[in-house]
Ligand binder design. Structure first.
Ligand code: SF4
Length: 695
């Protein structure tokens, strides 16, 4: 270690990348973060970090940081003061709202803020600006899990814990490549094996992912076969008496309908739909049904689909009919994406009111109005538009001002040609981000420079409902301000500061009000203090697992079983577009690389995008390893991508990571969405591949 890297103080915080929520200790010298370590006392990671966590300090003083408010004048973004930036923002948005109505403002936030900022932003947008059209980029990520949980259990919230991955004797991972996306969770699989030599890990994934390579059994399912497989497992469990009849009778509704519905999902039929063998379907069902404790984990392979929410209910069905919920090792469990996607679900004002309250319930609105000392009629009675619908409304001229916070839709949103139209259509576009330029901020009329992880204080909630403390380790660069400060300054300018945020000067003030708002709710923050979160490595709201008493927050107190059909692809391959295009992540990069592109170590490990293609398809096209290719869909073309010829993908399928703006997979993805959750179908569209020629 060179002397310049020796820290003179060490500050505990939580990793700001993925939802695993690892404890991290940052070494600081002269207001510069010089190194990081995993926190050995943190219950989530016990001192381990993945490559992103290990290099996280490098993003703080990266050259690409936004340091100055910028306003577009005569077509160019020029530096302005905060006073001018915020005055113009309020004037422009007010003008748009006066002309077109309050809902003509669309706001898209993120899973990257601290919970206290989500809570503040929700009040500012819905009660201050008076727009209902507020959503998060979390709709691109976990909305299907949220919808599926609500449908089955009556509320959101992953029922299990990471500890269940250690004690289960059967782990079924569906559409979850944790080795790339949640790497530190892999140590739970290792510990499971150390504790129980007879446990089994089954991975269901169309690709031979790194996680599939770690499994005892890999089921290389055809894309879109998951509902058929889940229904087929339910069919075998019921047929072969591997169900928990007492649990079904006491705690569920819909079993007779489900039994009749899955009767057609025989092993033979499911084998035809999924491409799996009848034997593997049968043995998977028997392993699941005979396990003393069975755990099902899933991520984007399930959620990124036009049937994401339905698939989640089909997963929940299996847990309920076998009583694999509310016990050690037994849970259906969504593994979230971003570091604080869970915090936004709990506290923001997007698909639900804060504290998992419902817009539609008068009692919920009145309760909040009482705490906030406002008239309940100011709280909307229904949610506004979801993220994709805000974009479509912008294209249609109904949303006239857009405000993006810590998100980069020009790379992350499906069907880029449509998204570009939205960015170019609105009268006023604000991009608030820690980095500039980004492919999105280049379209902006106003850029607000924001602090990022390592520069602000608050809490994150991870995938297992663990609320952890986040601390500043350095001050923000240049004129950048925390998102909380920006929201409060806007509230001052709007004249609603003292009404909505009385006496607030810090995120701790927001935390204290959020504790009152969440008290008695599932996500009850009144049960812990910041200091406790700091000292104890966080605390799980709801305890280690939900629904241990078998009582669910539904009208009947019982969980609902759903009979869900398996629908065909929205976009079927044909002769012209003959390959199924799948997208995903790699362990070295994060989302659209606004952060990880700034880290030399990560860029050296993985500098560019690539396309995976099976040797059978490559031979038909006379392509060779490392050829440069174009990926063409009905919408657009990704040009000049490196080809990797590999058996990781099956014939008829291709795969590409979605991180790289220069090779933007969303040029070709389909803008089709789950009708319930509004989550996009990033993983299934039809493309063809051609050799790239320099022109
Ligand atoms: Fe951070 Fe996730 Fe890596 Fe842990 S697994 S260090 S939370 S990116």
């Amino acid at each position: 270690i060179s002397s310049s890297r020796v820290a003179d103080k060490w500050i505990k915080t939580t990793c700001g990348y993925c939802s695993v929520g690892c404890g991290i200790v940052v070494g600081v010298r002269d207001n510069k973060a010089v190194t990081v370590r995993g926190n050995p006392d943190h219950p989530v990671n016990c001192g381990k970090l993945c490559p992103k966590g290990l290099s996280e300090h490098h993003i703080l003083d990266a050259p690409g940081r936004a340091k100055q408010p910028l306003l577009r004048k005569d077509g160019k973004l020029v530096p302005v003061s905060w006073e001018e930036a915020l005055t113009v923002m309020i004037e422009k948005i007010s003008a748009v709202q006066q002309k077109y109505g309050n809902d003509s403002l669309g706001v898209i936030s993120t899973g990257q803020l601290v919970t206290e900022e989500f809570y503040t932003l929700g009040k500012l947008v819905q009660l201050g600006f008076g727009s209902r059209n507020y959503d998060g980029n979390t709709t691109l990520c976990m909305a299907s899990a949220v919808s599926g949980y609500k449908l089955t259990f009556g509320s959101d919230g992953p029922p299990g814990s990471y500890a269940d991955m250690e004690t289960a004797d059967l782990i079924l991972l569906i559409g979850a490549n944790i080795a790339d996306n949640h790497p530190i969770l892999c140590q739970r699989l290792e510990r499971n094996r150390q504790r129980n030599a007879n446990s089994t890990v089954i991975v269901v994934d169309p690709r031979v992912t790194k996680t599939a390579m770690m499994a005892d059994i890999h089921l290389p399912i055809k894309p879109r076969g998951d509902i058929a497989l889940l229904n087929g497992i339910a069919h075998i469990l019921i047929r072969d008496g591997l169900i928990n009849r007492d649990y079904i009778d006491q705690h569920t509704t819909g079993f007779e309908e489900l039994t009749a519905f899955v009767a057609d999902f025989t092993p033979q039929h499911v084998a035809e739909v999924t491409g799996l063998s009848e034997e593997s379907i049968l043995s998977t069902a028997h392993l699941y049904g005979k396990a003393k404790a069975a755990f099902i984990g899933w991520t984007m392979g399930v959620n990124h689909s036009t049937q994401g929410a339905a698939t989640v209910t089909a997963i929940n069905n299996l847990a309920l009919i076998t009583g694999n919920i509310g016990r050690a090792g037994a849970a259906p469990f969504s593994i979230t994406g971003q570091c604080n996607a869970m915090g936004s679900r709990e506290s923001s004002f997007t698909s639900a009111l804060p504290g998992y309250r419902k817009f539609e319930k008068a009692h919920d609105r009145e309760e909040l109005a009482g705490i906030w000392n406002i008239d309940a009629t100011r709280i909307p009675t229904s949610r506004g538009l979801a993220y994709p619908d805000i974009i479509e409304a912008a294209v249609a001229g109904k949303v006239k001002a857009l405000w993006f916070i810590a998100t980069n839709p020009a790379v992350s949103f499906p069907n880029y040609p449509l998204l570009k139209q939205a960015l170019e259509s609105v009268d006023f576009l604000v991009v608030q981000d820690g980095f500039h330029p980004t492919p999105t901020s280049e379209f902006a009329h106003l850029v607000l420079p924001a602090a990022i992880w390592g520069e602000k204080e608050g809490t994150y909630t991870n995938s297992e409902r663990r609320v952890s403390k986040v601390n500043p380790v350095v001050t923000p660069p240049g004129l950048a301000r925390t998102d909380f400060d920006i929201f409060i300054a806007l509230a001052e300018k709007l004249g609603v500061k003292e009404e909505l945020f009385p006496g607030w000067t810090s995120t701790h003030d927001a935390f204290k009000e959020w504790q009152r708002v969440s008290e008695g709710r599932m996500c009850d923050y009144s049960k812990f203090t910041w200091q406790q979160l700091e000292d104890e490595g966080g605390a799980q709201w709801g305890g280690e697992r939900l629904y241990a008493d078998g009582i669910f927050p539904t009208a009947t107190g019982k969980a609902q079983l759903y009979s869900v059909p398996c629908l065909p692809f929205v976009e079927q391959p044909n002769e012209e577009y003959n390959l199924i295009f799948n997208t995903g992540r790699t362990v070295e990069h994060w989302h659209t690389r606004t952060k990880t592109a700034e880290v030399e170590m990560l860029n050296t490990m993985v500098p560019n995008a690539w396309l995976e293609m099976n040797p059978v398809d490559a031979a038909k096209l006379e392509l060779r390893p490392h050829d440069r290719v174009n990926v063409v869909s009905r919408r657009s073309t990704v040009r000049n991508v490196e080809l990797r010829i590999t058996g990781i993908v099956a014939p008829g399928q291709v795969f590409m990571p979605f991180h790289f703006a220069e090779s933007n997979s969303n040029l070709v993805t389909l803008g089709a969405f789950d009708p319930i959750s509004r989550e996009p179908n990033f993983k299934q569209c039809a493309v063809r591949v051609e050799k790239f020629f320099k022109t």
